[in-house]
Ligand binder design. Structure first.
Ligand code: GLY
Length: 376
């Protein structure tokens, strides 16, 4: 790569910003090409840092736990570079259950503190009667991604020299002998241009397969809403089946989320989706049904057949992958940015990082019949 050729970041969402920031901190020239900021999952998600509450297992749990460890230092770095707070809250997360058997069968049960009904009521005042027990994951938490983290990361990027092009839709990757040599993009003013480049990071979220169709990334739509609660009405995140409540410092409660695998990229809220969230609220915390609604929105999780991300090498030399984070993008951003910065700058990753890059390589799907991989 010529010294001045920027690394192109194909996608201006959370992954793109986090990677751009780490690369710029390491002295690389970086340009972020972003189609529409508003569609980024980083602006949609609830911001849970929840490898245990999500009940992850296997390598995905290891990936999540490793990223969770990195989050405080990563956030401090973003805050120092941007001068803006990110809204990290070590609030802990309570997962309620209807029976002890359900609780004990939870994949991460051994990492949580068992709550009997009385303790559950103390942790989540007003929790619905159906919930007889729970697990408290004190090590899990949340960050205010929509209002704080994304803005702080954007600022950290500009302060470290990252260039941005908004409204730029990358339409094609060009290569010679399996090595990336250019991208074609359409600018906001409609102009089409081909840019020479030899290094790019594909982090276009749910749209990643549009540029590289062999990647098994597909959208899983999520509908969300927020409520304004009295300031300290809820201390912990409450993570129920199909619905969760994430209380921010100022009393805003983010409520998620539907998980619609058959919706494709269909835009908009649906009565069924909103009813599902209302039913979840009524079951988890009946009094929250009376809190004023603030906003409703939707977005598209970038999912893969095994729910794990695609990290590192791609089928094309010079194109690096950071996509497919499904339900765990906010949690995994810190580690994703570190891993990608390591591989792009050819730093030697630690043994743990190297093993994780191996486990989440796109090539785990390369042998499969692509017609059979879109399974849960
Ligand atoms: N991480 C929660 C969700 O994707 O709904």
């Amino acid at each position: 790569m010529a010294a001045s050729a920027p690394v192109l970041i194909l996608g201006g969402g959370l992954m793109g910003l986090a990677i751009a920031h780490q690369l710029a901190r390491r002295g690389l020239a970086v340009t972020v090409l972003s189609r529409r900021r508003s569609e980024a999952a980083g602006f949609v998600a609830a911001g849970m840092l929840a490898p245990h509450a999500e009940g992850l297992s296997g390598d995905l749990l290891k990936l999540g736990q490793r990223s969770l460890e990195l989050v405080p230092a990563w956030v401090s770095q973003v805050e120092a570079d941007s001068g803006l707070a990110c809204g990290l809250r070590p609030s802990g997360i309570v997962v309620p259950f209807r029976s002890d058997a359900e609780r004990d069968a939870y994949p991460t049960a051994r990492s949580g503190l068992v709550l009997e009904r009385g303790e559950l009521e103390r942790e989540v005042s007003g929790i619905g009667n159906a919930w007889t027990t729970g697990l408290l994951f004190e090590q899990d938490g949340q960050i205010d991604n929509r209002r704080q983290l994304m803005r702080a990361l954007e600022r950290a990027c500009t302060c470290t020299g990252v260039q941005f092009e908004e409204g730029a839709e990358v339409q094609e990757l060009h290569h010679q002998a399996e090595q990336l040599n250019a991208v074609t993009l359409r600018r906001a003013d409609g102009d089409q241009q081909t840019l020479e480049c030899t290094e790019a990071v594909l982090c276009s979220g749910a749209w990643s397969a549009e540029l590289m169709p062999q990647l098994p990334v597909f959208p899983v739509k999520g509908q969300m809403l927020s409520l304004q609660a009295p300031r300290h009405a809820l201390r912990r995140v409450v993570f129920g089946p199909g619905t969760y409540l994430v209380p921010r410092e100022d009393g805003l409660v983010v409520v998620g989320a539907t998980s619609e695998r058959d919706a494709g990229f269909s835009e908009g809220l649906t009565p069924e989706g909103q009813k599902q969230l209302q039913a979840g609220i009524a079951s988890l915390l009946p009094e929250a049904g009376g809190w004023p609604p603030m906003e409703r929105w939707w977005g598209f999780r970038p999912c893969t057949p095994d729910g794990g991300p695609l990290l590192g090498r791609s089928p094309l030399d010079g194109v690096w992958l950071a996509c497919g984070h499904h339900r765990n993008g906010v949690l995994l951003a810190a580690l994703t940015a570190q891993l990608l910065a390591e591989v792009i700058t050819k730093e030697s990753p630690s043994c743990t990082d190297a093993a994780l890059l191996g486990a989440f390589s796109w090539s785990r799907f390369a042998e499969e019949d692509q017609s059979s991989v879109r399974q849960p």
